[in-house]
Unconditional design. Structure first.
Length: 323
């Protein structure tokens, strides 16, 4: 995408999302997707705040001009900036302040704000990190789980517990599991925003692979298990301290491990947003995990990202009933 085309691209994207703009129960969504900018940038809307993510180098003047056009052409009043080079995994650790400026690029500072998704309240911190508090592509998955979760729920790789909160709002007991105390505390704040008093014992800090084994050995079983791992992780994978998990290679092993904690007629919700893994290859891994565990299944639903992600197939969700 050429910069001179940006106003036209943004106006077209804004018109495409008229249903979302007009929905008072959803004020967080993707306003500009990767496919609409040929991989150049994306834009999230959080109420009056925009989060602009850049996937190639821009000069400071160009960055500011992009922000000005966003404020001029949309209802957004503030624009925060995230610089996301393809090698961001390493650079995010050594150049965090450069990649993720704490102060907005344009407009008044908003360190923290609430926004809605299908009537559910979430807390966002647009300048605090490269991750702002919720992933907008998972909106359909959160809605599906709120409507279809069964019994006791285990939400793994929980991040700020959006999926767990969705199930809890339907009256389910939920355990959220993540390797970061910070995001679990954030998840508890999300619960309080929705008039739920979180039990700290239901927010488990630790290595997911280790905890799945421990829960299985304890005899704890769940009627719903959610798997939403990062594309790459280190932990107790394969029983090794510091073992490496890669979605494209190891998802079947994760499914096999999770099934040890899942009851018959329970639901496994398997998710990935790894762009390099096709839906067919992803489901093949999920099915292999069932075969290894000696469990039958029935597919209940296949989901992807919503209409604010036109032409993008990175997110893949398959929900299965376990035999």
């Amino acid at each position: 995408m050429n910069l001179e085309d940006f106003p036209e691209v943004l106006e077209r994207a804004f018109k495409l999302r008229c249903d979302l703009h007009d929905d008072p129960l959803t004020t967080f969504y993707r306003l500009l997707s990767d496919s609409e900018t040929v991989g150049t940038l994306t834009l999230e809307r959080i109420g009056p705040v925009g989060v602009l993510s850049l996937y190639r180098e821009f000069t400071p003047t160009q960055e500011l001009e992009l922000a000005r056009q966003i404020v001029d052409l949309t209802p957004l009043e503030t624009v925060y900036l995230k610089r996301r080079p393809r090698e961001a995994r390493h650079r995010a650790n050594v150049e965090r302040e450069s990649l993720n400026p704490l102060e907005p690029l344009l407009g008044p500072g908003v360190p923290e704000l609430e926004a809605l998704e299908n009537g559910v309240r979430f807390l966002f911190r647009p300048g605090a990190d490269l991750s702002i508090g919720l992933f907008s592509d998972m909106r359909g998955g959160r809605r599906w789980l709120r409507q279809n979760a069964r019994g006791k729920v285990l939400n793994t790789f929980a991040y700020t517990c959006g999926l767990g909160l969705s199930a809890a709002l339907s009256g389910h007991t939920v355990k959220n599991l993540d390797a970061s105390r910070k995001v679990l505390e954030w998840g508890m704040e999300n619960c309080r925003l929705n008039a739920l008093e979180p039990d700290p014992q239901d927010f488990i800090y630790g290595d997911v692979f280790d905890w799945l084994g421990r829960l299985s050995k304890r005899g704890e079983r769940f009627e719903t298990v959610v798997l939403d791992p990062p594309s790459f992780a280190r932990g107790q994978f394969a029983g090794k301290q510091g073992g490496v998990f890669r979605v494209e290679r190891d998802y079947s092993s994760l499914v096999e491990l999770a099934l040890k904690c899942l009851t018959s007629e329970g639901v496994l919700m398997a998710c990935t947003n790894h762009a390099g893994l096709s839906a067919r290859a992803f489901e093949k891994q999920v099915f292999e995990g069932f075969a290894r565990a000696g469990r039958d299944f029935k597919i209940l639903e296949r989901l992807g990202a919503g209409p604010d992600y036109p032409g993008e197939g990175a997110l893949k969700i398959v929900a299965l009933e376990v035999g």
